[in-house]
Design a binder for this molecule. Sequence first.
Ligand code: HEC
Ligand code: HEC
Ligand code: HEC
Length: 366
Amino acid sequence: LKAQRPTRRRYLLYGVSASLVVIVAGLSVVVALGVYNVAASAKHFSITDRLIKFALHRSISLHSRGIEAPMTESEGAVELGARHFAARCAPCHGAPGTPRNPVATSMYPAPPKLNDAVAGWRDIELAWIVENGLKFTGMPHWPGRGRLDEVWPVLAFLRKLPDMDEREFAHISRAPRRSPTNAAIAACIGCHGDGYTGSIDDSVPLIQGQSVEYLTRALEDYAADRRQSGFMEPVAAALSAEDRKRAALAYSKMPRPVLASESSVPTESLASGSKLVNLGSQDQSIAACIVCHGDIRSEHFPSLEGLTSDYIETQLKLFRSGVRGKTQFGHIMQSIARQLNTEQVEAVAAYLGAASVPDPSRKVSQ
Ligand code: HEC
Ligand code: HEC
Ligand code: HEC
């Protein structure tokens, strides 16, 4: 009998279990009765607040591990980031010269002014936040899924933000004013240029002179989330079908501002790129790119002339990984891109990019 009497350890176990049951039951009652106040106007206790911030920092630190940071500081990237920021982030976070909107500051947690906030984060942590958003806060994730590559221009801008005054921000975030401007493309020239200027950055494709069919379809694809881009999806979705057609038509009529340039790419990779583009590869059964992209092509297929090697390489990788495979003709390019190894992707991109590069001064010869 003596041996069956509960030991001290057993008493402890009963005690702990009983307390847990009481706590869970208590919490359930609080939740079920609706006692917990979810109002954004009711602040957390300061201990809850500190706990949440701690959990947030730990989670971001863990999940951003392993991100490779190809930080860029190019002028074009900063401008592209600034233009996106002014349209998509400033309504919540404010910007130099533009205080946060009272509606935004009534959110809980309120979106902070980023001038000061960015200093507390490492590059990869900031990139992770912008790509993934923050659950339970209202901070949205990047609309282009699988497009971490698009986050770096935004980061290039965020790093310049703390020292930026109102005038400088206005200067880099707004399109140059020129008249007469076609109203259909007023929202585009800040990034894509017009009949006189090219794109602001290597990652922004030249769309001047591309067929109206291809341009319209690209805009439809962005608007319908078939093509992923955090820069273009919000732009395309905000336009009516009619406006998308109008913008496509305006750009299709512009001259393609392309100038030959001297390239600094090693000649071996240009030679292997040239072979693939003009002849294809019989061993790998890859068709020559010019079959579909050359002068005699379907109006649904894009011209590659004037696209930068940067843009071409990114798109080929997106086809390869399947991020850009859901468009009507995307599967055609996807199966071609999947046959190319990384060296071949770089070689064709280098060759095509070097063959016709927009003038660095961005002036166009017409
Ligand atoms: C709908 C409003 C909203 C929009 C739009 C928005 N954010 Fe946020 N953002 C928030 C909120 C809310 C938080 C969370 C604040 C917190 O946790 O204290 C946040 C947090 C952040 C943080 C972390 C700051 C910190 O230290 O807590 C960064 C960086 C950030 N946003 C960048 C951006 C960028 C860049 C964009 C545009 C691409 C953007 N946000 C768009 C609402 C927004
Ligand atoms: C904030 C900068 C920005 C603005 C503003 C902008 N674009 Fe873009 N656009 C981009 C970027 C970056 C890409 C490349 C996206 C990708 O990788 O898919 C792009 C891609 C495109 C493409 C696909 C081109 C191709 O070769 O497949 C079209 C078409 C296009 N934009 C049209 C427009 C039109 C029309 C407007 C105005 C209504 C506009 N864009 C406004 C940055 C911008
Ligand atoms: C059988 C026809 C075909 C061949 C061959 C072909 N392509 Fe394509 N390519 C397409 C189509 C169709 C699209 C448009 C896909 C879409 O709309 O998403 C495209 C799109 C592209 C784009 C994106 C252009 C832009 O403006 O966004 C690039 C870059 C590209 N192809 C490169 C190549 C290269 C490099 C080769 C040769 C190795 C090649 N293509 C061979 C049909 C082809």
